[in-house]
Design a protein around this ligand. Structure first.
Ligand code: PMP
Length: 295
């Protein structure tokens, strides 16, 4: 359940009961997947409730809309304030936050006259759980960047993600790992990918992936900890002799990968660079200090 009879959401300038909220069935977003959304988290930190990277997420929402021609006239600071109020009204400190920009009724394939925004909040554990993940290489590729704006978080793009995750589950895996149209590793259906080899991390370059805010946070953490990160094209065969790997995303946070296509990684997760990044990330979202010396 994402809401109860008491849950409040934000809809077009007003706080209303989620149970009383409704939408127009002729919305272009429902018919064509033409809308944009975000996935954000708030944490109960030692300095009170903090929305992690709120500015970055709302700016990405703006970028997503603008890049596909959906008008976006909202003020980022105002959206952040509204989100804090919404958390407060729902008495939530640790929460997942889902803003969605959706379009007015329009059955034509043209930009809408009007857009709407809703923000919902709910309690949500780690999206992919706490256990190490068993992944499979997906038969579904990430979309061609000449067909869609892959760096935008557009509702319709998630059909590709649903196909990949569903296929992985049917095959008995926890999650999928998807390749791009050229056959390089791209990302998971809702998280970015890092691989460890000989004390260095490698992650797919931008171009065929969603530029994850967590991915960038991990890169920044690595700079602070003196861990080298190579952003480059990674071939799936490189999984064979990699030391370890992990996924990262707002919903999933940092989560280790046990195996891909049932082939386990050489290093134990607790010995990997990933576990250090996981700790550092946890400290950062909770506003705690973290220090680690890599020997
Ligand atoms: N890739 C995809 C396809 C995603 O949906 C997400 C989740 N937004 C990510 C990566 C991770 O992005 P972020 O770290 O900004 O949550």
């Amino acid at each position: 359940m994402y809401y109860t009879k008491n849950t409040v959401l934000y809809l077009n300038g007003k706080f209303i009961k989620a149970a009383d909220a409704n939408t127009d069935l002729y919305s272009q977003t429902l018919h064509y997947g033409y809308g944009a959304f975000e996935g954000i988290r708030a944490y109960n930190t030692t300095h009170g409730t903090k929305i992690f990277k709120a500015y970055e997420h709302y700016e990405r929402l703006r970028h997503s809309c603008v890049s596909v021609g959906i008008p976006f006239d909202y003020d980022t600071e105002e959206l952040i304030q509204v989100t804090y109020q919404l958390l407060d009204k729902n008495k939530l400190k640790d929460a997942y936050i889902r803003p969605l920009v959706y379009c007015s009724p329009n059955m034509s394939l043209t930009a809408p006259k009007e857009v709407f925004i809703m923000i919902a909040v709910w309690e949500w554990g780690k999206y992919l759980g706490d256990n190490l993940l068993k992944l499979c290489l997906s038969s579904y590729q990430r979309p061609n960047p000449n067909s869609v704006k892959v760096d935008a978080k557009i509702t319709g793009h998630y059909v590709n993600s649903i196909l990949a995750t569903s296929e992985a589950k049917v095959r008995g895996y926890d999650e999928a790992l998807m390749l791009d149209m050229h056959g390089y590793i791209a990302e998971a259906p809702g998280a970015n990918f890092f691989l460890e080899k000989d004390g260095v991390l490698h992650t797919p370059i931008l171009g065929h992936i969603l530029p994850g805010i967590t991915r960038q946070t991990v890169i920044n953490i690595c700079k602070e900890l003196d861990i080298t990160v190579n952003e480059r094209n990674i071939r799936p065969e490189e999984l064979q002799d990699a030391d370890s790997a992990f996924l990262c995303g707002t919903a999933a946070e940092v989560i280790g990968i046990e195996s891909v296509d049932a082939k386990p990684f050489a290093k134990e997760w607790k010995e990997s660079l990933g576990v250090i990044i996981q700790e550092a990330y946890k400290a950062q979202v909770l506003d705690k200090t973290f220090s680690h010396v890599i020997i």
